[in-house]
Design a protein around this ligand. Structure first.
Ligand code: HEC
Length: 90
């Protein structure tokens, strides 16, 4: 799932692409990957990602963070749970 839907924009090795590195994102404050230029919306969101929030975020990022530059949506809850479970191991 990650390779197919996320890896075009995100790495897991600390480097940033179109999107910030998602290494260690579960438990991280939103908008704080080192060296990545976030939208003001993400930077000011005040969120700290936990697994449940990420599952919700991925359904429609703009619902949780209006104005975010990430537009990909995962409508299927099982897909969302799978990818978040994977991210929590990274
Ligand atoms: C087309 C590019 C693109 C794709 C595909 C994409 N993202 Fe993103 N993502 C972004 C961008 C750009 C941001 C930064 C958003 C901002 O600054 O508002 C982001 C931000 C995020 C964040 C917040 C990170 C942080 O440091 O606060 C998470 C979590 C995230 N993406 C997860 C995912 C997952 C999981 C997938 C695959 C299901 C995915 N993204 C697919 C572009 C993408």
């Amino acid at each position: 799932m990650f390779q197919r839907r996320c890896a075009a924009c995100h790495t897991l090795d600390g480097s940033n692409r179109v999107g910030p590195s998602l290494q260690g994102v579960v438990g991280r404050e939103a908008g704080t990957a080192e060296g990545f230029r976030y939208s003001g919306a993400m930077e000011d969101s005040g969120l700290t990602w936990d697994a449940e929030m990420l599952v919700q975020y991925l359904e429609n990022p703009r619902d949780m963070v209006p104005g975010t530059r990430m537009v990909l949506r995962l409508p299927d809850e099982e897909d969302r749970r799978n990818v978040v479970e994977f991210l929590s191991t990274q």
